[in-house]
Write a protein that binds this ligand. Structure first.
Ligand code: IPE
Ligand code: IPE
Ligand code: MG
Length: 239
């Protein structure tokens, strides 16, 4: 019997709009409920002993949505941290926001910086939001940073290896925990939508038809139990 340990879980939180539509409500209602579900699932992950929870909250492609929806999504971190910061502090959660943060509206930028600053010394679960995140952009930025060091004679071409690439990704500061063990996508879609292309090389995938606002702790626990039984071979053979 396998018993895989789950240290880093990543979730593509999808289906907020469809959830609202099913209720006959405007899309933003789904985003609001989706935001509230982040708290439940974060606490459930903490109970399950997970060390890093990475949540895809806004992609570099999501700017293509109507400007009212984008504005609502950009304001969600403000609401989220206003509402849940005491709970995060109480549970020793450290917040990390990973993405192209300099493109965020000023207020959103301030709020996410404050959340990281306030929780900086917490030693429990790392709650890592991918916000204005895009994996191809991330890889391009890492490549540019490394190329610049070569141009400045701080690095040799032969110094470039997988480890160096990993450290230059936006997950680089997570060290040994930078690659997720398990990826969940809700809402029935089975694609990556430009999420963690480098980091997911050997990650296990799980898809569920549940929409994000209705995804529960019980759904999560079932998926995690299934994950623990899987045979992860990493190119080798079963023991
Ligand atoms: C996920 O829900 C949240 C974001 C992408 C910001 P969606 O807004 O994509 O919901 P659907 O996929 O349209 O139902
Ligand atoms: C992926 O969901 C991004 C987030 C969940 C933040 P989308 O709803 O944007 O993905 P596509 O457009 O269906 O691929
Ligand atoms: Mg979607």
């Amino acid at each position: 019997m396998e018993n895989n340990s789950l240290k880093h879980l990543a979730i593509i939180m999808d289906g907020n709009g469809r959830y609202a539509k099913n209720m006959g409500k405007p899309r933003f209602v789904g985003h609001q409920l989706g935001m509230e579900n982040v708290e439940n699932i974060t606490l459930a992950c903490d109970e399950l002993g997970i060390k890093v929870l990475t949540l895809y909250a806004f992609s570099t492609e999501n700017w293509a949505r109507p400007k009212e929806e984008v504005a609502f999504l950009m304001n969600l971190p403000v609401k989220f941290f206003n509402k849940f910061m005491p709970t995060l502090m109480k549970n020793n959660v450290r917040v990390k926001i990973m993405g192209f943060l300099d493109q965020l509206p000023e207020k959103t930028y301030q709020v996410v910086q404050d959340a990281m600053e306030q929780t900086r010394n917490n030693t429990g679960l790392v709650l890592n939001f991918a916000f204005n995140y895009g994996s191809r952009k991330e890889i391009v930025a890492a490549t540019q940073a490394i190329a610049q060091k070569v141009a400045d004679h701080e690095l040799q071409v032969s110094d470039i290896d997988e480890e160096l690439l990993s450290r230059n990704m936006l997950t680089g500061d997570l060290g040994d925990l930078s690659d997720p063990d398990l990826l969940i996508r809700t809402s029935g879609e089975e694609r990556l939508s430009n999420f963690l292309l480098w980091q997911l090389a050997y990650t296990e995938f799980a898809f569920t038809d549940k929409l994000w606002p209705e995804f529960t702790k019980e759904d999560l626990t079932k998926i995690v139990q299934d994950f623990q039984k899987r045979h992860r071979r990493f190119g080798g053979l079963d023991k």
